[in-house]
Each structure stands twice: as C-alpha cells, then as structure tokens.
Design a protein around this ligand. Structure first.
Ligand SMILES: Nc1ncnc2c1ncn2[C@@H]1O[C@H](COP(=O)(O)OP(=O)(O)OP(=O)(O)O)[C@@H](O)[C@H]1O
Ligand SMILES: [Mg+2]
Length: 420
C-alpha cells in the first residue's frame, strides 16, 4: 500500500520503555506507521487532534489525565480515531468504563505482536468508514460525527437449526457494534422462546410485542419507553414472557417495527427463531445483512445448502448473506474449506468452540465484555469488523448505485417463497 495509506497509529503511555516496546512490535509491519507517541493524557489529546491517527493505543494510568478521560475527549474531537485500551488492569469494571468512554477494544499488557497487529488492522477497517464520511461532511464537530455514523442497518442472525449460537452471536455483535456514535438495538424476534433477556441479564415488564401491537406510528418516545437498557449502552426489545403472547404477531407488524427502529438506531440486530416463517422471511426482506450461523457438521452443511437455495430463489444479492461457523473444533474433522467447497459460498468468520462462551451466558455477561482477549471473543470481534467493513461509505452515501436495498425495492414487499 502507498505510504499515505498506511494505518497511522498513536502510542500513549507514560513509561518510555513500554512506548518503545510497542513501537518495536510494529516496526516491521509494512502497512502500519507510528505517527506519534505521547506520555500523558493531555499530550495524547493534543497529538490526536494534530495527527488524526486511525488508531490510538491508550494506557489507563497516566500522570496528568488518565486514559479514560483522554479517550472521551479524543472520541469527541477526532471521531475517526479508534481507541484501543492497553492496560494491566483487565477487570470487567475497568473495561466497561473504558468502553463507555468510547474505546473500541481492549488488550492486556504486554500484548503479543500478533494480537496487536490484528487489532490495529481491524480498527483501521472501522476507522476508514468514519474518515471518508466525516471528510465529506461540511461541518466539523457534532455534524461531522453524525455524518460519520452508519445509519439504519438491519442485521439479522439466523440458523436453520436451533442451538447453534444465534443468540450468543447476536448479543456479542450488538455489544461490539454499539458506540455513542452508532447506537445499537437488539431485537428478540424469537418471539416464543427468546432468551436475549437471559443472555444480557435484563428484565423488563415490556416486550417487543408492544411495538408490534401498536396501531399508530412508532415514535421515538414510545419506543424509548419499551426498551430495556444494557450496561454496555445497547438497548434491547425482549421477547414476551409467555409463548402464547406471540401468536398475534404478523409479518406486516414486524416490518413496520423494524423500519421505525432503523430511523432511531445505527444498527438494529435481530435474533430470529430457526424456522422459515412468514415473520422470518419478512425480517430477511428488510435486512441489509443476514448472518447464517452454522456449526461444522454434516446436518448443518445440508441445512446451509438448502438455505442458499432459498437465498437464490428470493434473488437476494449474495453479499447480503454472510455465513459464520460457530463452535469450530479441530477434532470434528470438517473444516471451513470443506464447507465452502460443498456449498459454494464463503465462510466469513469462524468462532471456536470454547466453554467460556457457556460460562459467559450463565453469568449474563457477553464474552466480549468479560473475556475480550479470549480467542472466541476475538473471533467474534473479527466477525463484527467484517460486517462493518461491508458497509462501506460508498454504499451508505449512494445506495442506489450500490443497490443493497435496491433489490428489495424492485420487488413487491410481500414476496414469498412458499405461496402467499
Ligand atoms: N462458540 C461456542 N463455544 C461453546 N459453546 C457455545 C458457543 N456458542 C454457543 N455456545 C453454546 O451453545 C448453546 C446454544 O447457544 P445459543 O442459545 O446462542 O444458540 P441459538 O442458536 O440461539 O439457540 P436457540 O435455537 O435455542 O435459540 C449455549 O449453551 C451456548 O453457551
Ligand atoms: Mg436463541
């Protein structure tokens, strides 16, 4: 890549030796350039404004201003800069504060070279989409940030078979995507047996059914009154408490609710049941991305093939569907390459089988919060950045030319595979 397109990195740490060590880890990466080092939070803020780096590697404890405050200020002034916290303190509370301040990722000191480089590259993918759209905005500051935000993308998570990890990935994806700039909501459309509330340890008297059953426009104030709020900042519309309450939901109501949410949120993540009902098909119709989750086993490959036949029949653009393999375990003997070969569709991300995923659910804290540096969490973050990278600024500024929503608008909205 030409020098001007290198990933620019700012290193912030009060200890000279740490700054040097990180610099050394990055010196042989042809696509990464360290554009500055700062030894205090104040220096970091000033340097970030001047150099506008793609990525800031930020220490927490520093003399004049701590890393969390510096993060807050940089996020405000240089929204395209993605901040990665590097700290010896890896406890969940510290991490949560850093993430609330707007940091994008978290690494424990000392990071391995691999981990650091992988994280920087992933951050760059996110930063690219922000820089271009912020630059195309005329007004700096808040207006620029709004222009840099992704708007109204619906991402649905589906699998043909139950228990493969849709809710796990949906909850982690929502937490990974949410930021001040890109507010995110997770909607549980597994109306009968939805468990988003359990996964995020949320209780609410309200459910998504209230949005579906309301005849009038779904205004922001009403929607605000029925969300549950997670400590990460993610909002959630939960499934109703008992399965029979879901009986009355219609596909038209679901579409209307999702359209309303698109106006309020950058990302609307939809967890779906494993059944091709009218409601699920209507969710697909309005989705910008459909994440097909499968496990590496023969039944799942069979189901994935059937699913891609359906996708063909519905004439969705192939890039609207991303396949993710979950619970990947070398001992199973089926690789992503085998699956790609068999179904002629890319596997976009692979999440390893890891018991910590189960513990995280039992604790009601998504793994990317409680164990962000774990391989399974890193794989979920990789999956997230692939989804984000797909929403390029061109697509967002010129939807008609790129045509992601356009294959939807060309077709009658009630298009159905099975009659109707
Ligand atoms: N990568 C993983 N490693 C180990 N266990 C996992 C992984 N992903 C999910 N699980 C476990 O698999 C089980 C099913 O996950 P989850 O509930 O997310 O699947 P689902 O597709 O939403 O299922 P349902 O059909 O019940 O809605 C959970 O117990 C979860 O802890
Ligand atoms: Mg589920």
């Amino acid at each position: 890549m030409p020098p001007s397109q290198k990933i620019s990195v700012l290193i912030v740490d009060d200890i000279a030796e740490t700054r040097e060590n990180i610099k050394k880890l990055l010196q042989f990466e042809a696509d990464i350039e360290v554009v500055g080092t700062a030894k205090t939070g104040r220096e970091a803020v000033a340097m970030a404004k001047e150099k506008r780096p793609n990525v800031v590697l930020m220490d927490i404890n520093m003399p004049d201003m701590d890393g969390i405050t510096a993060t807050e200020l940089i996020v405000k002034d240089v929204p395209s800069a993605q901040i990665v916290i590097l700290s010896v303190q890896s406890d969940a509370d510290y991490l949560r504060r850093a993430m609330m301040a707007g940091a994008r990722d978290f690494l424990t000191k000392p990071p391995s070279g691999d981990e650091l480089v992988r994280t920087i590259r992933r951050m760059y993918e996110i930063s690219k989409t922000r820089t271009v759209s912020a630059a195309s905005s005329t007004a700096p500051g808040l207006a620029g940030r709004a222009a840099g935000a992704v708007r109204g993308k619906i991402i649905s998570i589906y699998s043909a078979k139950g228990g493969v990890g849709c809710t796990t990935l949906a909850t982690n994806l929502a937490v990974a995507l949410h930021s001040e700039e890109n507010k995110t909501i997770l909607v549980d459309f597994n109306l009968q047996f939805g468990d988003v509330g359990v996964f995020l340890n949320l209780q609410s008297r309200h459910s998504v059914m209230e949005a579906l059953e309301k005849d009038e426009e779904l205004d922001p104030e009403f929607l605000g009154s029925i969300y549950a709020a997670h400590s990460s900042g993610v909002k959630a519309l939960l499934a109703p408490a008992s399965p029979e309450q879901a009986d009355v939901a219609t596909a038209a109501q679901v579409k209307k609710a999702l359209e309303a949410l698109k106006h309020e949120f950058s990302y609307v993540i939809v967890d779906t049941p494993s059944a091709l009902t009218d409601i699920v098909l209507s969710i697909f119709d309005v989705s910008d991305r459909i994440i097909l989750v499968a496990t590496p086993d023969i039944p799942a490959i069979k189901d994935a093939r059937i699913f891609f036949d359906l996708v063909d029949a519905l004439e969705y653009q192939p890039n609207r569907v991303m396949m993710v393999l979950n619970k990947v375990d070398k001992r199973g003997g089926i690789t992503a390459a085998n699956i790609q070969e068999s179904i002629k569709h890319d596997v976009s991300a692979q999440i390893p089988l890891d018991d910590r995923v189960l513990y995280s659910i039992n604790n009601g804290v998504p793994l990317i919060v409680s164990g962000r540096t774990q391989p399974a969490a890193q794989a979920m973050l990789d999956m997230t950045s692939k989804i984000v990278a797909g929403f390029s600024p061109v697509e967002r500024t010129a939807p008609a030319a790129q045509g992601v929503p356009d294959d939807k608008s060309k077709k009658p909205p009630q298009r159905r595979l099975f009659g109707g």
